[in-house]
Design a protein around this ligand. Sequence first.
Ligand SMILES: [Zn+2]
Length: 233
Amino acid sequence: MKIFSDERLVALGYVSGTVSKHTGSGRDKANVERLMQKLGIEPARILGLNQVHGDEIIKILNAEDLDNYRKQTTHNADGWLLGLSGVGALILTADCVPLYIWDDDGKAVSLTHCGWRGVVAQLPKKAAKMVGQNAPKAKNICAFIGPHISACCFEVKEDVANKFNKTSIINKDGKLFVDLANEITLQLTAEGVKKENIKTGCNCQCTACNKEDFFSYRRDKTKDALISFVYKI
Ligand SMILES: [Zn+2]
């Protein structure tokens, strides 16, 4: 098992990262529970949601937020803003981007599930804004763009390509490819995040290319999904 994480976030007291497929699909709750037990985290403390490729973000910043979450039976959303000790949350991806954004005061971290629809709906920008508003005194907002289908493999039709900035589209012999990391970076920098504070995984972190470590919907055509999580100690 490998965990692809950002050491800056770990240093702030968050156990977090995107876990390689060796742990099994995150759609099976037993795999999530086994992973959390291995990490020494009580599984009941990890919250889940129902991803809908939208732009809703669930805030869990205090005990009242947690109570409200527990009272609701459905949680249709694609992201989290978490800042409560002893509480964690997860998202699932199989080519979409697990995006981590946090303030360097360590007040809260956002974890969002960003497929192309979420990116077009400005979910990364919205998440960065929420993190900033929650930590107005923080010097820096930081981001980690986790393993996802990279520009090498993410071919789209023209109608989808037209929804992105031109600098995020690569034309290879008439075929169009989207660079989601570039598009996310554009949104975050527009929200005031410094480019040097945005880290993207290396080339080996393309989910479609790296069959050994990742599930890929595009490659495998299955529902298997990678687990990405954050937990505040
Ligand atoms: Zn690739």
